[in-house]
Design a protein around this ligand. Structure first.
Ligand SMILES: [Ca+2]
Length: 504
């Protein structure tokens, strides 16, 4: 009898295990209605059409002030997916694989796999290619599915920066994100029976390429944004007294996607693109964002169709922000708020159904311990100072306490991002700390292997932005003597690092 009771208990426990739908977008800044308010520094935009993300946010813990650890694909994704910061993964570029250069760190899907989940991935979760050992096969129970961006070539013959795809062209062909979403929808159907019976829960991850350049989307999404609805950014010039090293010359946009030579655009500070190009880029970006929202909605709907809505955690994040002409700056590759602030939300059935908004500062490394706690898997310990040989640990903090107390007095009071310059030989690093009031950055000498440490005594530039009075970061106050005490205090906090900022 006792054995039967234990067995029943075990079955019940198995049935209670939640699935995970893990949704990722590429280069999507948090310019959604649900993020509006004082947090988004560029409110000049048309109404954004993102009904599916809006609906997900209304039943999620919405992290309104989540910051990435480094504002470019592979470093940000490697950091989030291993729960460790770039100075631990040692991934600062688009080539290095953390298992080669940092340590054999367990990833989020791998951890769920090791606890009996069926783990299925498609599209862009890890940065593809060498940066993930080709989609990190050890993370998945099923072969990774990946239709690449080249699948979109049927809609354009030469490189484009933005393109509205006529609907007729899509009758017999699909864009890459649609194809990857089709696969994920099908896998939800396939995995559902075992998930429903409690035999085997799933962790299904789907990464979208959009709204990353080129801004290619079906015409119906461009139609949502009439040209007359698009505005120029409110601040077309670099911050006053910005050190040169803070600037990125947006070579990604200039070299890869549009012939800017005729405009004589150098990417230099305070040289802007022609207004019509800026407006087209902004319109294309919003259209690609809405296309992503549409595809992502199909996956959420399928979870509901399969009767699994009450038993499936859904997380969503974009891998970093994007500069859409503000400061005359484009793409990511900086430590500005627009580059490090990114969207994140987590739906946990039974816990977040009414929608919880937190304005506390959070970080992308926080997601790993959050999903683990939400799913009831064995919790993950804080990493020791040197975690090279520790397979599973976290440099983040579970966000679950913010569900019951979204304005927690016992939460971290600062978050950290970084960005290298001369990133392929790692000469300098910009370390940035964001508090409720300020963003403060020091650009310093950085020693690559074996140290992977900054030399705080060799400084190439300092920035201080007052987010209360200047949320768009238009005035660098670091060299203003009136702020010398603030600079001294934040410098001390920056050097003390993320561990010192953890709640006591
Ligand atoms: Ca990206």
């Amino acid at each position: 009898m006792l054995r039967l009771t234990l067995l029943l208990l075990a079955i019940t426990a198995t049935r209670a295990r939640m699935n995970v739908l893990f949704l990722v977008s590429d280069d999507m800044r948090p310019e959604l209605t649900i993020f509006e308010g004082k947090d988004f520094p560029s409110p000049v935009h048309p109404p954004i059409h993102s009904p599916n993300l809006d609906a997900l946010a209304r039943k999620s813990l919405l992290l309104k002030r989540a910051h990435v650890q480094q504002a470019v694909c592979a470093p940000s994704r490697s950091s989030l997916l291993t729960g460790r910061r770039p100075d631990t993964t040692h991934v600062y570029d688009l080539q290095a694989y953390w298992r080669d250069v940092g340590g054999n760190f367990t990833t989020i899907p791998q951890y769920f796999k090791e606890h009996g989940y069926r783990t299925i991935g498609s599209g862009k979760i890890f940065h593809p290619g060498t940066a993930s050992g080709y989609n990190d096969p050890i993370s998945w129970t099923d072969p990774y599915f990946h239709v690449g961006k080249e699948a979109d070539n049927f809609v354009y013959k030469e490189k484009v920066t933005w393109l509205s795809v006529p609907m007729d062209l899509l009758k017999n062909n699909s864009l890459a994100d649609t194809q990857n979403a089709d696969y994920a929808v099908n896998m939800i159907r396939q995995a559902a029976p075992q998930a429903r019976s409690g035999e085997r829960p799933f962790f299904i991850a789907q990464g979208f390429f959009k709204p990353h350049l080129p801004f290619v989307a079906p015409q119906m999404f461009f139609d949502m944004y009439p040209e007359s609805s698009i505005s120029l950014p409110p601040n077309l010039y670099a911050p006053d007294k910005m050190p040169v090293i803070a600037w990125s010359n947006y070579s990604e946009l200039r070299s890869g996607y549009v012939d800017l030579e005729k405009f004589h655009i150098s990417g230099d500070i305070n040289t802007t693109l022609p207004n019509d190009v800026i407006l087209n880029l902004r319109r294309g970006y919003y259209s690609a964002l809405s296309y992503t929202d549409y595809e992502l909605g199909r996956l959420i709907q399928e979870v509901e169709n399969q009767g699994l809505a009450n038993n499936t955690i859904i997380s969503f994040w974009g891998d970093h922000g994007w500069q859409l002409g503000e400061h005359g700056e484009w793409c990511k590759h900086t430590n500005f708020e627009l580059a490090t602030h990114a969207p994140m939300m987590v739906h946990v059935p039974g816990l977040t159904d009414k929608g919880i908004v937190t304005e506390e500062l959070t970080e992308f490394v926080d997601l790993f311990p959050t999903l683990v706690e939400a799913a009831g898997l064995p919790p993950i310990n804080l990493c020791p100072e040197n975690s090279t040989n520790v397979l599973v640990c976290t440099e983040g903090t579970s966000l679950i306490p913010l569900i019951t107390n979204p304005a927690s007095p016992n939460w971290k009071k600062a978050v950290f991002s970084q960005y290298p310059r001369n990133e392929y030989n790692g000469d300098q690093m910009g370390y940035s700390i964001t508090t409720d009031h300020y963003r403060y950055t020091e650009w310093v000498k950085f020693n690559l292997q074996p140290e992977y440490k900054p030399d705080w005594t060799q400084v190439f530039g300092v920035e201080l932005y007052d987010h209360y009075g200047d949320p768009q970061e238009n005035k660098n106050l670091a060299y203003d003597s009136a702020y010398s005490a603030v600079v001294a205090q934040l410098s001390k906090q920056l050097h003390a690092g993320w561990r010192a900022a953890l709640p006591k």
